[in-house]
Ligand binder design. Structure first.
Ligand code: G3I
Length: 348
């Protein structure tokens, strides 16, 4: 007699559940769907092609409650060289969300890294008009479907000494390009939550301070800033407690927070590559700390917790080093033990 398979165990648990109404997955110590474990939206970065795959689309729909286009809602996809706008992929992602009841989160309208030729070729008032047209067209297209937007992404200098220079700041003004982007997004969608998003806010307290001062300046200028995104791209060298300190300080403004792009690299640590058990133990601890820090926020400040990809192989980090295993699902889209770690930290 062959030993029971995992699939067989789950099938028998489901059958048992039908008779005895026990929680099938947890009866076997299997993680329940992540969105069932979290009392707040849990998101995942996706590409349209992944959602078109029945297996991947099924896992995304069953595990998550929010979608962030990983790159297909950015200027690099939408803005063609002649200035035309293309929406095939973001429309497909939005349609998947509508079909499966997942929230759509727009990422991102304005980013220093995205400077399309069509904008570079504009000058004077045509530049400002093009900027307004872009934000109005993109936000307006998903009005009523996008729950929120990263309106401005990564505005703060890495050392915390001011804000990054970019095409947008050069053409419209260092602060004005950000204030105006929020104003234009609100005009296009009166209900969407409009966020400011940045990274390394755990690693760099000085950057975090400047980020918070920018948020306060936007609010003082009347910008409809409705939330703060902390990307949370981590490596296993991050000191315990740094995530908690960052979440606590970012929450001090009282705005909703979005852990917007979480992954924990095993190989990008400043020290020796930590692919062994020590690295994996630190990775588990960081995921648990982030989940615990987030769930201890007041419910009104828990916008969402988003993971930056489904499978390890989908991660931008795997495109840097294929040995990395930064996410919650393995290359076959099965839950890794990290999923149970996150759920345990959520109190499930
Ligand atoms: O899939 C196409 C492929 O068909 C095409 O042949 C190829 C050549 O152009 O491009 C491929 O798309 C690439 C896409 O990643 C999918 O791999 C894009 O060029 C590439 O620009 C895109 O990179 C994304 C990057 O942002 C820039 O948009 C990464 O996936 C994405 O993970 C990364 O995400 C950023 C966040 O937006 C902001 N925070 C940091 C984070 C990581 O860098």
């Amino acid at each position: 007699m062959r030993p029971p398979t995992r699939r067989g165990l789950v099938a028998s648990a489901l059958a048992l559940a039908a008779c005895q109404r026990v929680e099938p997955a947890s009866a076997l110590g299997l993680p329940v769907p992540l969105k069932s474990a979290a009392p707040f939206p849990v998101g995942v970065a996706v590409q349209a092609e992944q959602l078109a795959d029945p297996l991947l689309g099924g896992v995304v729909a069953s595990q998550f409650s929010q979608l962030t286009p990983e790159w297909q809602m950015k200027m690099e996809y939408i803005v063609e060289d002649n200035g035309a706008l293309r929406f095939t992929a973001p429309d497909a992602i939005a349609e998947f969300g509508s079909r499966h009841g997942l929230r759509l989160f727009g990422h991102t309208l304005v980013w220093h890294e995205q400077q399309p030729k069509a904008f570079v070729d504009l000058d004077g008032t045509r530049f400002r008009q093009g900027y307004a047209n872009y934000i109005g067209s993109v936000v307006g297209r998903y009005r009523g479907r996008a729950v929120g937007w990263d309106v401005v992404n990564e505005p703060v200098a890495e050392d915390g000494d001011g804000w990054r220079d970019c095409l947008w700041s050069e053409r419209l003004g260092a602060f004005e390009y950000m204030r105006l982007a929020f104003e234009l997004a609100r005009a296009a969608d009166p209900a969407a939550v409009l966020l400011l998003n940045d990274y390394n806010l755990e690693y760099l307290p000085a950057k975090r301070t400047t980020f918070l001062k920018l948020a306060e300046a936007l609010l003082k200028a009347g910008a409809p800033l409705g939330g703060l995104g902390t990307q949370t791209h981590l490596a296993v060298d991050l000191q315990p407690g740094a995530i908690t300190a960052a979440i606590r300080e970012l929450a001090s403004l009282g705005l909703p927070l979005h852990i917007s792009e979480m992954d924990v690299s095993l190989v990008r640590a400043k020290g020796p590559a930590e692919l062994g058990e020590e690295g994996r133990a630190r990775q588990r601890a960081l995921y648990a700390e982030a989940a615990h820090a987030f769930i201890t926020l007041p419910p009104a400040q828990r916008f969402a917790m988003t993971f930056w990809g489904l499978r390890d192989r989908d991660s931008w980090l795997d495109r840097i080093d294929a040995a990395d295993e930064p996410l919650l699902f393995d290359d076959s889209a099965r839950p890794k033990p990290l999923l149970a770690t996150v759920e345990a930290a959520l109190g499930t």
